[in-house]
Design a protein around this ligand. Structure first.
Ligand SMILES: C[S@@+](CC[C@H](N)C(=O)[O-])C[C@H]1O[C@@H](n2cnc3c(N)ncnc32)[C@H](O)[C@@H]1O
Ligand code: SF4
Length: 383
């Protein structure tokens, strides 16, 4: 049964030139722990350990995320893709790399493409100097614009731009103007995240003045309208794509597909069949978080920091938590294949949810338009 579940690969590169004040991802300022050669060796060995668990399944996508993967040499990225190709079967799959403006030049982008990367996710955040500064970003507005030109000149035709809104002192017109600039590049995909204040960040201790909720609502609505006018369909809370250009890697996460995570702090999810009961077993796995510790432990064959097997009620909840982020929700065949559960179990889990928010019919489970806007209400009810 598990062979029907797509399997993707996530590779975490945990270093950045500087830590941004709002960021709570597992990213560390590039210091003496940065060692590309040793980290690369650790990644290859981690990949081999994970491969043993994957029962000859092919990969459906690869994603290099961070941190700042574009800090790594194209040779290192090439070596990882080649190694994955030797271990797993795959042909023409989506291979994404996150790149920060100011960390690459034309030659490096050409080399990433030669290495097999066919999708770039560029961390623009804003095109406005004022907001890049208030976010503590390293790049300026000129570098934001030239990064997209550089990527296009290298031949990339599958590009995502990460933008944030709800920034300190940001007006509606400024947020809309960022979207207008992004749309003019005619990229395939735009991710539009509302700035959130996360614990353990500099912004949590020293929170800047952010737009009020009414203003935020209007900002988001006007940005969405402009994206739609430019043929970007919203398919997930923060993701907009031209027709057929959704991020396959992320869609696999949201549809409760399997994935291997290699690198410091990377998470994975793997399904297998329990031979005795013929039931689907879903395991979550995670790696050591600190880069130095990850390198050391992995060199002695112990990249795994922890693992846990999901209980049935966790499986339903996690499935819904992810699938309902998608505007189209999920096909019920996918629910059955990816969870190993029955429709009765799904019906039972959602029985208390207001039908004005959630629809479960004979083919799909999906939020209503209202439910999509109030997703947190649904999830609170499920808990
Ligand atoms: C983890 S970053 C990795 C990409 C790259 N390092 C960068 O910053 O451009 C992925 C994206 O998450 C978004 N992000 C990070 N922290 C955020 C926060 N506190 N609120 C909203 N979006 C955030 C940013 O848009 C960022 O591009
Ligand atoms: S560059 Fe990206 S990953 Fe690094 S600190 Fe900034 S937001 Fe986080």
């Amino acid at each position: 049964m598990q062979n029907f579940i797509p399997l993707s690969l996530y590779v975490h590169i945990p270093w950045c030139v500087r830590k941004c004040p709002y960021c709570d991802f597992n990213s560390h300022e590039k210091d003496s722990s940065f060692d590309e050669k040793r980290y690369l060796e650790a990644l290859l060995s981690d990949l081999e350990s994970e491969h043993v668990l994957c029962q000859q399944r092919p990969l459906s996508s690869i994603f290099f995320g961070g941190g700042t993967p574009s800090l790594f040499s194209a040779d290192a990225i090439h070596t990882i893709i080649d190694h994955a190709r030797q271990l797993f079967r795959f042909d023409d799959i989506e291979i994404t790399l996150e790149a920060n403006p100011g960390t690459f030049e034309q030659d490096k982008f050409n080399a990433f493409r030669q290495a097999g990367v066919n999708r770039l996710s560029i961390g623009i955040q804003s095109f406005k100097q004022q907001h890049l500064e208030s976010l503590g970003r390293r790049h300026d507005s000129k570098q934001a614009l030239s990064a997209i030109d550089t990527a296009t000149s290298a031949g990339f035709d599958n590009i995502n731009l990460d933008l944030m809104f709800g920034l300190p002192q940001q007006t509606i017109e400024q947020a809309v103007d960022d979207i207008r600039t992004a749309c003019a590049f005619e990229v395939n995909h735009i991710s539009h995240y509302q700035l959130t204040i996360e614990e353990n960040t500099y912004f949590h201790k020293h929170t800047p003045v952010l737009p009020e909720s009414d203003l935020l609502w209007e900002m988001q609505t006007q940005c969405q309208d402009l994206l739609l006018e430019n043929q970007y369909q919203q398919y997930e809370i923060s993701a907009y794509a031209k027709k057929g250009r959704q991020c396959q890697h992320n869609v696999n996460y949201w549809l409760f597909g399997d994935y291997i995570g290699i690198g410091a702090g990377a998470h994975g999810k793997l399904s297998s069949i329990n031979d005795q009961e013929q039931a689907l077993v879903v395991q979550r796995r995670w790696k050591h978080r600190q880069p130095r510790q990850y390198i050391e432990k992995t060199s002695s064959g112990e990249s795994l920091s922890g693992a846990s097997t999901l209980k049935q009620q966790d499986i339903v909840f996690e499935f819904l938590l992810n699938a309902l982020r998608l505007k189209a929700g999920s096909d019920l065949d996918i629910f059955k294949q990816h969870t190993g559960l029955t429709l009765d179990q799904l019906q039972h889990a959602v029985k208390d949810i207001d039908p004005a928010l959630l629809i479960l019919d004979s083919n799909r489970i999906t939020t209503t338009d209202r439910g999509f806007l109030f997703l947190n209400e649904i999830l609170e009810k499920l808990v």
